[in-house]
Ligand binder design. Sequence first.
Ligand SMILES: NC(=O)c1ccc[n+]([C@@H]2O[C@H](COP(=O)([O-])OP(=O)(O)OC[C@H]3O[C@@H](n4cnc5c(N)ncnc54)[C@H](OP(=O)(O)O)[C@@H]3O)[C@@H](O)[C@H]2O)c1
Length: 332
Amino acid sequence: MISPIYSPAPDRYENGMKYRRCGRSGILLPEISLGFWHNFGDVDTLARSQAIAHYAFDHGITHFDLANNYGPSYGSAEETFGVLMKKSFAPYRNELFISTKAGYDMWPGPYGNWGSRKYLMSSLDQSLRRMNLDYVDVFYTHRYDPDTPLEETLQALVDIVRAGKALYVGISRYPKEAAKTAYRYLEERDVHCLLYQGKYNLLNREPEEEGILRQAQKNGTGFIAFSPLAQGLLTSRYLDGQIPADSRMARETSLKESALTPTLLSRLKELNKLAARRGQTLAEMALAWVLRDEQVCSVIVGASSVEQLADNLKALANTRFTDEELKEIDRR
Ligand SMILES: NC(=O)c1ccc[n+]([C@@H]2O[C@H](COP(=O)([O-])OP(=O)(O)OC[C@H]3O[C@@H](n4cnc5c(N)ncnc54)[C@H](OP(=O)(O)O)[C@@H]3O)[C@@H](O)[C@H]2O)c1
């Protein structure tokens, strides 16, 4: 049963959440944002999704990250958000920063995938209807489409902003060369690229190694990290080598059992020891590690319970690392 009346915590901005400036822009984002990829679909209970979203907003998480195909089923995370918007968050729309995306398969046929103008425009219209919103704060192209002229995709973003359907735009998982073109194209049309969304965590350093972080910083674009807990691997979930029945790995959707190799498991155990010495859980340390980098403006976490989100928020108490700790992490 969804609770009928929601009154957000009056002290929601005094609970320890910090906000970082998003590149060269007027926008501040919470250091921890909430993602709707899993746990908000029509396979999940509305009551639990609602409890997580309320807890987030009550603790200063003003940014919710969605995409057209989040669920399952496709579109259902946006529908869940639409219900929450209507029942809970409508009076607080101006306190919220909502993103959605299009780029992966969404509907059958040739116009429901990738990066054409037709797909992006119609997808955003559908997303707005599902989410009960007049506009999103950020609209992303969810991935680079090698077969569509990049100018077509980017011009759709420009026109979406001009039409007032998104306040800002972003790119997600773009290779460096395509990102360079995107930054320039958008800038020349006075539509600054607010955000680059990329996978960044202790186990995946690509944004550092490939220069994506530095490139975004040079362009005044905020870098926002997704899957900062490597979908749960960087938590206590799998540390004993077992796969809990209610875990993402047990559901075998986006996190496969094959990811938990003996080598990884022993690395996770070592990292967990270091986290304990810092007085943190592995999840807290993993989030703190991404946030140690001032170039990152926020980490988007997923959570299947309020308890997990509460644990994750504790990371904010200590995001500093000694050189020795950083070296130890790199050796692992
Ligand atoms: N742009 C893109 O292409 C892209 C791709 C992926 C994700 N994203 C965005 O990033 C968001 C986050 O991604 P993600 O869900 O992979 O993030 P994540 O934070 O790396 O993983 C979240 C999962 O880890 C487990 N977990 C979280 N906190 C925990 C804790 N304190 N203790 C134990 N387990 C914990 C939960 O899994 P269990 O179910 O096992 O409890 C949770 O669902 C998504 O929702 C989406 O908004 C974007």
